[in-house]
Design a protein around this ligand. Sequence first.
Ligand code: NAD
Length: 339
Amino acid sequence: MRVLLAGGAGYIGAHTAVALLEAGHEAVLLDNLDNTSAVVAQRIAQITGTTAPLVVGDAADDEVVERAFSEHGPFDAVIHFAAHKAVGESMQKPLEYYANNLDSTFALLRVGLAHGIRSFVFSSTGTVYSDPADLPFTEEATRNLVDLSNPYSKSKLMNEVVLQDVQAVNPDVSITSLRYFNPVGAHASGLIGEDPQGIPNNLMPFVARVAVGRLEAINVFGDDYDTPDGTGQRDYIHVVDLAEGHVAALEKAKPGFAAYNLGTGRPVSVLELIASFERAIGRELPKRIAPRRPGDLAATYCDPAKAERALGWKARLTIDDMTRDVWHWQQGNPGGYEG
Ligand code: NAD
């Protein structure tokens, strides 16, 4: 299969490109390098021995997408990773988030469908679920746009509505929405990993930067939640498992719209994640308890059974695999790709 990966030079896109190439597919990356580096394409080639060409440009621009199709097509499928993804920032810049996260979908669908793609896979999120009464979240858990706390999550749910309407009038096309829980980890080679710009929003890259001395101490946001150790619990999934979920979604695609949770189904607390990281590096890390962050749920984790049933996919890697691989990546690239 020949696949266009919009946002493919980003964290999850790069790991998915590797998984696709290793499974014998072909991959082309389209990325405006807003949150990544062109070095990623070289690293993918280093890992796989195969080149994934990189088209630098905006996936929300029909002309750019058209150029990717005419220069590198025909494509069987598009995977759409391109988005702004910081929950907190989305509350400050809602219009930027809605515009980028929706316009990119419109352009990719318009051009992709005109070129006859058979399959479209969308990066959605576990934050489309909002009611703790539904834990563990199944794909059917109540979801209501107005219940979501931030424009980022709303933009993802809006995308899913658009995708279902578009699929309904393109009945031969497969559209799959993958709802990721908390992707962490890095490729075992240590050549690709998460390299957020500025101060990381998510726990794992923050911990990794404390470990290499780029940040002073880990903030534990809230230690009085109704969880076993009082800190928030998340469903961390190794990015390599997640990448393989995309390969499974493409290989098992059938006409229709379907949404799948991609997670492990196992909640891990902030303190458990930090303890695992400390085991990986063999020393304790400085940490301090900070107030809860508004909008954070005490716990989020999924029921991943539907993906296993329909796609034959299941997460295999543990939290210790995730922290070990992050540490390997961070040590080899203390300043990120450009460092
Ligand atoms: P990332 O920022 O590393 O990757 C996104 C890539 O898209 C970046 O390389 C960025 O430069 C690019 N991009 C953004 N807007 C673009 C545009 N208009 N045109 C072309 N390229 C554009 O993020 P990621 O963690 O790899 O996330 C990939 C997808 O998964 C996103 O849609 C994100 O919302 C979703 N997701 C991520 C997480 C997470 O915690 N990482 C969780 C759930 C869902």
